[in-house]
Design a protein around this ligand. Structure first.
Ligand code: JCF
Length: 693
């Protein structure tokens, strides 16, 4: 290539790379594949290395950053960088609008409105359409030159698009999108590095790096929102300036709008506020600016803040407070959730005293202790959570050691005293108390009484709540001791508590009839089957089909309760995880007591000799189930076939004895046909099962 050709190729590559980068980082509308971008960048890099005479600090190759320069030089802002007055209430916004209406004499002035990003204010200077310098706000008059770091931010144009004025200073916010912040922190935690406190600190810290190669690794972005020094004529309004800046290649918030009147401003505030949690970046309010520049000039300034603009703040989502104690809550599934009781704090617009710690891993990661000063966050309607501990404020004893030891999750449930256990690979620790744990009791009772379990007609969620609430029922066995009088009394108390008054003779009769029916239904449920009982006990991961298989395999409750994990693993369909759960359940003394209490209350279930699957009609046969069945789930069909001696397999091969093909069976059925195997439809299966039931 001749020198001229090389120069042309370099210029062409730079233009194409700039275009691609603008489409990707500013317009969010990429048009070439990453690989193509990378190939062009590599070619440009090689050409620039071979021809240093064509070097340009604004070349796309320069966005990778370079080694430390020593320190940041001061930069005097030709036009001072402003700060904004704040409004926290609707009244303050109304006052702002009224003041402007009065002083401009305009009855309906227009305002440009935009979200207020929570990042770092920056001024960018362009000369002849090329980026020359960028600086932080500093004290508004003098900032620091962080050009090398700013060059690494892909949404900051290094060359302006189209006709640019000779001198142009653009102000805006450098911010770290939430997704990038989360990714950065996830990686930092993996590497054992210090995570960033929040996206704002992330942006500020990243721009303060002396080695811009580090900045280049940080996920930063930029939105333009104002001008500094500009040569030549300007549009007449702020909203037109924003449109003009977009045309020059800057990213401008897509949420900017022009609004009128206090109502218009407040509607904008509420609309953006409603989107706050879903936005890809943090915002702490919205900014209203009088749109017409001539009106801005008429309003002027007080100290360094313009009188023509105001920041309307959202309630802070983070606040500091202190930990009074760490507690745990046991949920309806036994999940043990640690949380902190805190000194009351105003956050996210409300006063709170509790914040969640989610789980034991989170407690360990944050290392929250009693007495600590913590940052809590409440975004939208979500439960407040602990974000971090301010380590410097941890209370110490006389010898300088922390006053309190690291917090440990309790080993026993605070509600029932049963062991709290956490299985390998699980985040959540659980109370093993099952039926006896009051926290889990309501849920356990509802499940126990449900139609497919013990089936107590008329005992729904509402009455279970009241029975537990008023203390009539503690464990499941208490159900079998309830009398008509108990139930009538309970209903009366529950109605009173709900504010229901009708104490008529008729109401009394209705209540008695209801109670008699319920007692009869409970009485009828005393006689059940082992498989229903096993399902009703609510052992984790023991659904109806596993309950059935267990009942068939053991034939009676006693041998099942005596079985260890090894013996349980021999049961068809029961893997190591479920075997461990079953063994755990029956090892828990509270659960054994609950079962004994059921028997003492007269509950009984059909027990028989265990079915000898080895002698079953399908002994030695391998069956594959495919497609959907109408009468039962595939799992249930599999369990029933196994109970008759079959081995149920997931794939069809020459060794398959029989394929049961349900609705919409596909490739397995085709393969079975190909191999000439015996194939049953659902009707054949049901007929066979009925014959051996
Ligand atoms: O998003 C912001 N943080 C933000 C700050 C937006 C603006 O339009 C601003 C600002 C600070 C000063 N405008 C001025 C004049």
């Amino acid at each position: 290539m001749s020198g001229r050709e090389t120069a042309a190729r370099i210029a062409d590559l730079r233009r194409r790379l700039d275009d691609a980068s603008h489409r990707y980082h500013v317009l969010d509308d990429p048009d070439i594949p990453d690989a193509e971008y990378d190939a062009m960048l590599r070619e440009l890099d090689e050409l620039e290395a071979a021809h240093p005479e064509f070097a340009d600090p604004n070349s796309p190759t320069q966005r990778v950053g370079f080694a430390a320069s020593g320190r940041f030089e001061p930069v005097a802002h030709a036009v001072p960088m402003l700060s904004l007055a704040n409004a926290f209430t609707d009244e303050e916004v109304a006052d702002f609008v009224a003041r402007i209406e009065k002083e401009t004499g305009d009855a309906a002035p227009r305002f440009s409105a935009e979200p207020k990003l929570d990042g770092l204010a920056i001024s960018l200077r362009y000369e002849g359409g090329a980026f020359v310098r960028g600086a932080t706000r500093g004290d508004g008059a003098t900032g620091e030159d962080v050009s090398a770091n700013l060059r690494t931010i892909k949404s900051i144009p290094l060359k302006l698009r189209g006709a640019a004025p000779e001198v142009l200073e653009v102000r805006g916010e450098v911010y770290m999108p939430r997704a990038g912040f989360e990714q950065y922190n996830a990686r930092a935690r993996e590497l054992g590095d210090k995570p960033l406190a929040n996206p704002r600190n992330g942006a500020a810290g990243s721009l303060r790096q002396l080695d811009s190669r580090i900045t280049a690794q940080r996920p930063l972005a930029f939105y333009a929102y104002a001008l500094g020094e500009v040569s030549g004529a300007l549009p007449a309004t702020h909203s037109e300036v924003l449109r003009w800046l977009r045309g020059l290649g800057f990213a401008v918030s897509p949420l900017v709008d022009v609004v009128e009147g206090t109502d218009g401003l407040l509607a904008y505030y509420r609309n953006v506020g409603a989107q706050r949690d879903e936005l890809p970046y943090d915002i702490d309010g919205v900014v209203y600016k009088l749109d017409r520049f001539d009106q801005q000039r008429a309003m002027g300034f007080v100290s360094r803040a313009p009188r023509w603009a105001i920041a309307h703040k959202f309630p802070a989502q983070e606040a500091a407070t202190t930990v009074e104690s760490i507690e745990v809550n046991v949920g309806r599934t036994g999940a043990v959730t640690p949380w902190v009781l805190m000194a009351p704090v105003h956050v996210g617009g409300v006063n709170v005293t509790r914040a969640t710690l989610h789980n034991a891993d989170q407690v360990a990661r944050l290392d929250v202790r009693k007495g600590d000063t913590i940052i809590v966050r409440r975004a939208g309607d979500v439960i407040p959570e602990v974000v971090r501990v301010i380590g410097e404020r941890r209370p110490l004893d006389a010898s300088g050691q922390p006053l309190h030891a690291p917090y440990q999750l309790p080993t026993h449930c605070p509600d029932c005293g049963s062991a709290v256990e956490r299985e390998a690979g699980e985040v959540v620790a659980r109370c093993t108390g099952g039926l006896v744990c009051p926290a889990q009791r309501k849920q356990a009772l509802i499940h126990f009484a449900s139609r497919r379990a013990i089936d107590i007609e008329g005992l729904g969620e509402r009455f279970v709540d009241a029975l537990v609430e008023f203390g009539y029922v503690h464990g499941i066995a208490d159900l079998y001791r309830l009398t008509v009088e108990d139930l009538v009394e309970m209903k009366q108390r529950s109605d009173e508590a709900a504010g229901v008054v009708p104490e008529t003779v008729k109401a009394g009769k209705v209540a008695t009839r209801w109670a008699e029916n319920l007692v009869a239904a409970i009485d009828a449920s005393r006689s059940t089957t082992l498989e229903r009982l096993l399902f009703a006990l609510g052992i984790r991961d023991v659904g109806e089909s596993t309950a059935k298989v267990l009942a068939r395999h053991f034939g009676a409750l006693a041998p099942l309760m005596a079985a260890d994990e090894e013996a349980l693993k021999d049961v068809p369909d029961v893997g190591p995880v479920v075997a461990a759960r079953i063994a755990h359940f029956f090892a828990e003394p509270h659960n054994r007591e609950a079962i004994a209490a059921l028997q003492a209350a007269g509950m009984h279930w059909s027990e028989g000799a265990p079915q000898r699957a080895a002698d079953g009609p399908l002994a030695g046969k391998t069956v594959v189930l495919t497609g959907g069945l109408a009468a039962m789930s595939r799992d249930e069909a599999g369990a029933r076939l196994e109970a008759l001696g079959a081995k149920v397999s997931g794939s069809v091969s020459r060794k398959t004895s029989l394929v049961v093909a349900g609705e919409a069976a596909g490739s397995k059925l085709a393969k079975a046909r190909e191999l000439g195997l015996e194939i049953w439809d659902e009707a054949a299966l049901l007929a066979f099962l009925a014959a051996y039931a």
